[in-house]
Design a protein around this ligand. Structure first.
Ligand code: NDP
Length: 525
């Protein structure tokens, strides 16, 4: 980008330079001229085609076939794992500096293809253009963050003390070493960042990988796989397979030759993977990044404008399909009416439509099943509470071919209603009045999840919020997003309780060591 003063992040994306729009539109036209092609899997550096295929349709317009992909089988899963196993000795024994340089090259290639991958993502996920470009930029930054950590920690090679032996000298080294074959399974909503981030970490650490994307988003991940391939990683170091989670994904999980897994997705699928992966011969590292039911607490001392903007951005960015989406808003009574008036006013200004259009903030939801969920949940909520806005799908004209839902805010839903605790993963937010901050905190924490949380209030209240909230990523008084918008190196991302298994956040200080086990090397001279 010519404007070198602009760094694209989720928190800066609201005022991009004009050139960004021009380039996006140019590349989008090229991508649209290239739809419907068949794409292979990549196993051991080679294109691999399966007998059965599946079509990848755009949620913006389901008549649009973006590409044709391979319905990989259990046998493909086995071959991908075998290829990764074969490549492990070479890759893990390579100097870490050389691995870093190859992986960094992949990040550079992703940067070079940002607009292409972003345009594909807008069509494949239904992300607006800035969110889509942000996801790609985040991917490169996540990968680079792992490279940076490896360098900063000098390969995790640490000289320990020398034990006081009489007549001998001991040299003790602690070194972190890779596990072996690492499996990366990613969700549809951040197909680039949540494939590239864990893959980058696993690779820098010296593991070889097998990656499987969501069935709704194989194209973005295929492009990412090409960046890793074209960076010059030896054959078999990364392998890319496509196909249903229930068959191909399950075969990968059930294969005893996998040494570790990073799964990002829903709580239910993640817990199933956790249990199945535990059936192996011994305990293997299982990094699970799962769902959220993220609250925003607003005290009577809050800045109404900041709170309103932050809530709307986080509730409806990517149609509420972010693990970090603000899906519950708890407002102290004196500010309740004023804040909600403003939240509704801002929500009604959001443009829903083709996410590749510049002015559109909300695209469609991902697929038919999510669309049906929207219909079911709004039906349920119409009985239980009051819609302040939304509650409907959009079916007229151009909307009719995609999965478009209106941003929806619901009040007066009894707190014991199941949807206060269930991750809907849609543009639906429930709001309630609270009598005190303690009551708000109790409600906020009374869920299985603990991913992100937002707070608006006085500086004196902020410490109380940090101390009491059960969440891995917290934001106070932030208009750029109440609960969303983390960036590697700034806000490492991960969850507590049912939102994550490791207790360490991606894109942060403690992430890379999760991909290695420690070895102590004692030599007596
Ligand atoms: P899913 O859990 O439905 O799917 C995630 C991935 O798992 C997909 O690739 C899916 O493949 C695969 N999968 C499904 N079943 C199995 C199986 N039995 N064995 C192996 N793999 C399987 O999640 P979504 O894609 O719908 O993503 C949304 C969810 O992800 C939300 O709950 C969201 O909160 C969470 N998420 C969490 C994040 C975090 O950092 N904590 C970040 C982003 C999202 P297929 O598509 O083929 O079914």
């Amino acid at each position: 980008m010519a404007d070198t003063t602009f760094k694209l992040t989720y928190a800066t994306m609201f005022n991009p330079p004009e050139e960004l729009h021009t380039r996006f539109e140019k590349v989008l036209a090229e991508v649209k001229g290239n739809l419907g092609r068949e794409h292979g899997m990549i196993i051991n550096g080679e294109e691999r085609f399966a007998e059965e295929k599946f079509e990848d349709h755009s949620p913006v317009n389901t008549d649009m076939v973006l590409g044709v992909f391979q319905k990989g089988t259990a046998s493909d899963a086995g071959e991908a794992i075998a290829a990764a196993r074969k490549a492990f000795p070479l890759w893990s024994n390579m100097k870490w500096q050389d691995r870093v340089s190859l992986v960094r090259k992949a990040a550079d290639l992703i940067d070079q293809r940002t607009f292409e991958i972003g345009a594909v993502m807008a069509l494949e996920v239904g992300k607006n253009r800035m969110e889509a470009l942000g996801d790609v930029a985040e991917t490169a930054d996540l990968i680079r963050y792992s490279c940076y950590q490896m360098e900063k920690n000098e390969g995790y090679y640490v000289e320990m003390g020398s034990d006081p032996l009489v007549g001998y000298t001991a040299k003790n080294i602690s070194v972190l070493r890779p596990y072996g074959v690492w499996l990366v399974i990613s969700p549809f909503n951040f197909p680039a960042a949540l494939t590239g981030g864990p893959s980058g970490a696993a690779l820098v650490a010296g593991n070889t990988i097998v990656m499987k994307p969501a069935t709704d988003t194989p194209w973005v991940v295929r492009l990412l796989a090409e960046c890793f391939r074209d960076a010059g990683l030896p054959d078999g170091v990364f392998n890319f397979v496509t196909g249903p989670g229930s068959t191909l994904g399950q075969a990968l999980i059930d294969n005893p030759d996998v040494d570790g897994v990073t799964f990002t997705g829903s709580f239910d699928v993640g817990m199933g993977i956790f249990r199945d992966f535990a059936k192996g011969p011994y305990v293997r590292p299982t990094i699970l990044e799962l769902g959220g039911k993220n609250p925003t607490i607003v005290s009577q001392h809050a800045d109404v404008e900041r709170a309103a903007i932050g809530i709307v951005r986080s509730a409806f960015g990517l149609q509420g399909q972010k693990c970090s989406a603000c899906s519950r808003v708890l407002i102290e009574e004196p500010l309740y009416d004023t804040l909600l008036d403003r939240v509704v006013e801002l929500t009604n200004k959001l443009v829903v439509g083709d996410p590749t259009d510049r002015e559109v903030y909300m695209g469609p939801v991902i697929n038919k099943s999510s669309y049906q969920d929207f219909l079911d949940f709004t039906e349920d909520l119409s009985q239980a509470g009051t819609f302040l806005t939304g509650g409907k799908t959009l079916t007229e004209g151009d909307y009719g071919k995609g999965y478009f839902c209106m941003p929806t805010i619901v009040a007066d839903v009894p707190l014991d209603h199941r949807l206060w605790k269930h991750e809907m993963f849609l543009p639906i937010t429930t709001v309630t009045k609270v009598g005190s901050m303690d009551e708000a905190m109790q409600i906020a924490n009374e869920v299985n999840y603990g991913l992100t949380a937002g707070f608006y209030g006085s500086p004196q209240e902020v410490d109380w919020f940090y101390k009491n909230i059960q969440a891995g990523v917290t934001y106070a008084n932030r208009p750029h997003g109440a609960t969303t918008g983390a960036w590697p190196g700034f806000q490492p991302f991960g969850g507590w309780k049912g939102s994550g298994s490791s207790g360490k956040n991606a894109g942060g200080h403690y992430y890379l060591p999760l991909y290695m086990h420690e070895q102590i090397q004692t030599l007596i001279a």
